[in-house]
Write a protein that binds this ligand. Structure first.
Ligand code: PLP
Ligand code: SF4
Length: 335
């Protein structure tokens, strides 16, 4: 028998943190000293899309504040059960864009690969909260159909790993995928869309850096932070390790009512990102996914916010405000 201690040393710390994420609404409310009255609604909404949040992310929240901008992103609310016109299960037409198993090919020269349905955190506004991952995933064990598609289209320059969160894959599986992509000669860039460096900075460990060091592809990592308080010292250290490894770091945010729908917060977010070596890339209008209508900021308000932000910040610190429209060949800029 292997002693328990030896086993726990083999499991990377990030995987232990992931396994210990809070999934019980009662525990979350207790941890943050919030009103137990919030519990029935939280339980009802979590039955549709479960609560999941790493403890390190909860520690960045202010105790006793039900409107904390980090909490709002993850706390299941009764409002999620209300219907709203135009808010649907697949708001961006992902199902129609599937070119091969788990391959979404919407735009020229790049494809998005759904490599897992798992995330370290469940964001209540997630446009894939109802995505049928079991049906539409690039082979839980068999990447071949997806890889064959990528190999067969020599117009492709870039593969985007998405999900779920692609960094939920173990280092071993990630390395195997990277090695297979490496062998496709027309590919030049690998982009990873991941929230883990923000919500679970422990993920950026030696194992991950080794896996990333093995590829000839130019690496771009697009993280996802919505509020400056998400970026603490551990996150900055994780991002510094990635920057030192030569990875280009970008951020995408979603414009969320009650979280970051103000010029002051967005300006502070851009500053915090830059201090952590990350450039703001996209600020997305909310995708109208069922259950997220209470996060919506309308286009007129969004446009006023971004105009003021552009006057407040250097050009390279102002994200591009975009929306995703099914059937379009790129994200649509909002002026
Ligand atoms: C958003 C998205 C991309 C990436 O678009 P960029 O403008 O290159 O960031 C690629 N494929 C799909 C399907 C997307 O939804
Ligand atoms: S990390 Fe991304 S994919 Fe996962 S729940 Fe949040 S927004 Fe959705």
């Amino acid at each position: 028998m292997i002693p328990v201690k030896a086993i726990s040393r083999q499991i990377p710390r990030w995987q232990r943190e992931l396994a210990q994420a809070i999934t019980d609404p009662a525990e979350l409310l207790g941890e943050l000293e919030l009103e137990p009255a919030l519990l029935p609604a939280a339980r009802a909404a979590a039955a549709r899309f479960p609560l999941r949040v790493p403890r390190g992310f909860v520690r960045r929240m202010v105790r006793g504040d039900p409107n904390d901008p980090l909490l709002r992103q993850i706390l299941p609310l009764g409002m999620e059960l209300e219907t709203a016109p135009g808010f649907v299960a697949d708001p961006v037409g992902d199902r129609a864009a599937q070119a091969a198993s788990g391959v979404l090919h919407k735009y020229h020269g790049r494809v998005l690969l759904i490599v897992t349905g798992a995330c370290a955190v469940h964001c209540r506004y997630c446009f894939r909260r109802e995505y049928p991952y079991t049906e539409f995933q690039a082979g839980a064990d068999d990447w071949r159909p997806a890889l064959a598609y990528l190999a067969g289209d020599s117009n492709l320059r870039e593969v985007i790993l998405s999900g779920g969160d692609p960094l939920s894959l173990s280092d071993r599986r990630l390395s195997a995928l990277l090695a297979a992509l490496d062998r496709i000669p027309h590919l030049e860039r690998l982009r990873i869309h991941s929230r883990q460096p923000i919500v679970l900075p422990e993920r950026v460990d030696e194992g991950l850096l080794n896996a990333l060091a093995g590829t000839r592809l130019r690496l771009v990592l697009v993280v996802h932070a919505n509020h400056p308080r998400e970026i603490d010292a551990d996150v900055r250290a994780a991002l510094a390790r990635l920057a030192a490894a030569g990875v280009t770091l970008l951020n995408q945010s979603v414009l969320l009512r009650g979280v970051n729908d103000s010029v002051a917060v967005l300006a502070e977010l851009s500053e915090a990102l830059f201090a952590a070596r990350v450039l703001p890339y996209y600020l997305h209008l909310l995708d109208p996914v069922r259950g997220a209508a209470h996060f919506d900021v309308n286009e007129i308000e969004a446009s006023a916010i971004i105009k003021t932000l552009r006057r407040r910040l250097p050009g390279y610190l102002a994200p591009r405000l975009v929306r995703e429209q099914p059937g379009q060949l790129a994200k649509t800029p909002v002026e």
